[in-house]
Design a binder for this molecule. Structure first.
Ligand code: HGY
Ligand code: MN
Ligand code: MN
Ligand code: MN
Length: 411
C-alpha cells in the first residue's frame, strides 16, 4: 500500500488554522484578504522547499506541480480551496488542499515516478461570502475567461474585487504566471461532508455522486421611511412588516412540503438603519438548494410570489435579483468507481452520496472527469467554528486519495 504521513497532514491542518484564527477555534480567512494571502504564501513556501514548481493564473488560482515521466501529458489535478467563511471551520477547503499536498509530498518521499504530472490546486474564492458568487476561481478556469461584469464587483465592506485580486497575485511573486485554463486529465477533491450522514452511519469514506443545485437571490423590499413615534400603523409603508410576513409564510411551508429543499436568509441589511425611523428599504440574501432543477425553479417562483404579495399588502415594492445559479452536476462514474475501489483496497467502508454543499469540483467537472471523496465531520457541523474532523478520518481520506492517484497515474 502507498503511504502518506497522517501526522504531518494533521500537523499542517493545525498550522494553517493559526492563519486567521478565531477565539473559538475556527478561522476567518475570507477570499483575497491578508489571511488568504498568508495561507497561499505558506503553501507556496512549503512547495518550493520540496522542489515543486508553483504557478498562479489571472484569477490567483494557485497550482503546485510535480513532474511526471511524460511532461506533455495533461496533469492529474487534486485540491480544493484555502479561503473560508467569516466564522468558518479549520477543515472546510483546507483539508482538501493540504491532503492533496500531502499526497504530492508522499510521492516525493517515496521517489515515485508518475506517468503524468500531478498538480495540487487551491482555487480562489470558493466560499463566495466576501465576493459573490462562490467558486469564482474554478468557474473562470473552466470557462477560460474572467467574466467582464466581475470588474465592477465590490464586497459588502466596499473592497474592489479587481484590486484585491491584483494585490493577491502580487503577494506571491515567487509563483510563475500561467494563462487561465489548461487541459486537465482528471480532478479529485477531498472535502468534509458538512452533513451528518457519514458520522451517523459510522462510514469513513463518502464517494460523491454529484452536487445539488444552488441559487442565490438578493431581495430588496422598499417602503417609506418615516418617524417611529408619530406615524400610525395604518399610515405606514413598512418593508419590515412585508418582509417578516413573507419570510414566516415561506419558513412555514417550504420544508414541510419538500424536505429536500433548503432555504436560508444569511444576510439582512436595513436602511437608513435608525432606531427611531421606519426602514426605507430592506435587502436580504436568500440561498436556495435542491437536487432537482425543476424544484429549484418552483422554489424561486414561490419566493418571488410571496415577497410580491406581502409587499403589495403593505404598499411596498419587492425586487428580486439572482446573484448565483449553479446547476446540479453528476460526477464521472469511472472516477467514482476508482475511489470506491481505492477505499475497499484499504478495507475502508464507503457509500455513494450526493453533496448538499457546492464545491469547485462542480466546475472542474465541466472540463475534465471529476469526483470527490468525503470524510465525516463531527455532528455534520460546518460553516461554524466548532467544525471538527477526527485525525484518523483526515488520514483515511488522504490514503484513499493516494491510492486513487497511484492507480490513475500508473505508478
Ligand atoms: O455554500 C457552499 O455550499 C460551499 O460550502 N461554499
Ligand atoms: Mn468548502
Ligand atoms: Mn464552505
Ligand atoms: Mn467546496
Amino acid at each position: 500500500m502507498f503511504a502518506i504521513d497522517g501526522n504531518r497532514l494533521n500537523r499542517r491542518l493545525a498550522e494553517f488554522a493559526e492563519i486567521g484564527a478565531l477565539p473559538k477555534g475556527g478561522v476567518n480567512r475570507q477570499a483575497l484578504t491578508e489571511g488568504d494571502r498568508q495561507a497561499r504564501r505558506m503553501l507556496a513556501g512549503l512547495a518550493l522547499a520540496r522542489g515543486f514548481r508553483v504557478f498562479q493564473d489571472p484569477m490567483a488560482n494557485l497550482f503546485i506541480r510535480r513532474s511526471g515521466r511524460d511532461e506533455t501529458l495533461a496533469p492529474l489535478m487534486i485540491g480544493s480551496h484555502l479561503d473560508s467563511q467569516p466564522a468558518g471551520g479549520r477543515y472546510d477547503g483546507a483539508l482538501g488542499t493540504l491532503s492533496a499536498f500531502e499526497v504530492l509530498e508522499s510521492l516525493e518521499d517515496a521517489g515515485t515516478q508518475t506517468d503524468r504530472p500531478v498538480e495540487v490546486v487551491a482555487w480562489t474564492n470558493e466560499e463566495g461570502c466576501r465576493f459573490a458568487p462562490g467558486c469564482m476561481g474554478s468557474m473562470a478556469f473552466a470557462a477560460g475567461a474572467i467574466p467582464e461584469e466581475w470588474a465592477d464587483k465590490q464586497a459588502a465592506d466596499g473592497a474592489s474585487f479587481p484590486q484585491e485580486l491584483a494585490a493577491t497575485i502580487e503577494s506571491l511573486p515567487e509563483a510563475e504566471m500561467r494563462p487561465l485554463g489548461f487541459p486537465v486529465y482528471s480532478y479529485i477533491e477531498i472535502h468534509i461532508e458538512q452533513g451528518p450522514s457519514l458520522e451517523a452511519e459510522n462510514i469513513p469514506i463518502g464517494v460523491v455522486t454529484g452536487i445539488q443545485g444552488t441559487r442565490w437571490l438578493e431581495v430588496t423590499v422598499t417602503g417609506q421611511t418615516a418617524h417611529a413615534g408619530t406615524t400610525g400603523l395604518s399610515y405606514r409603508r413598512d418593508p419590515m412588516r412585508a418582509l417578516s410576513a413573507a419570510l414566516s409564510g415561506l419558513y412555514d411551508t417550504i420544508m414541510p412540503e419538500d424536505e429536500n429543499a433548503r432555504f436560508t436568509v444569511g444576510r439582512l441589511r436595513l436602511s437608513p438603519g435608525s432606531v427611531n425611523a421606519i426602514p426605507e428599504d430592506i435587502r436580504c440574501t436568500v440561498d436556495i438548494r435542491h437536487p432537482d432543477p425543476d424544484s429549484l425553479d418552483a422554489l424561486e417562483a414561490k419566493i418571488t410570489a410571496a415577497f410580491s404579495k406581502e409587499a403589495g399588502r403593505q404598499g411596498c415594492t419587492a425586487a428580486i435579483r439572482r446573484l448565483f445559479d449553479m446547476a446540479p452536476c453528476t460526477f464521472d462514474a469511472g472516477l467514482q468507481d476508482r475511489i470506491e475501489e481505492a477505499a475497499s483496497s484499504l478495507q475502508m467502508p464507503s457509500k455513494r452520496m450526493l453533496s448538499g454543499a457546492f464545491h469547485d469540483a462542480l466546475f472542474a467537472n465541466r472540463i475534465a472527469p471529476a469526483a470527490m471523496i468525503f470524510v465525516p465531520c463531527r455532528d455534520g457541523l460546518s460553516h461554524n467554528e466548532a467544525e471538527f474532523v477526527e485525525p484518523a478520518h483526515a488520514t483515511a481520506g488522504c490514503r484513499v486519495m493516494m491510492q486513487a492517484v497511484r492507480t490513475l497515474t500508473a505508478s
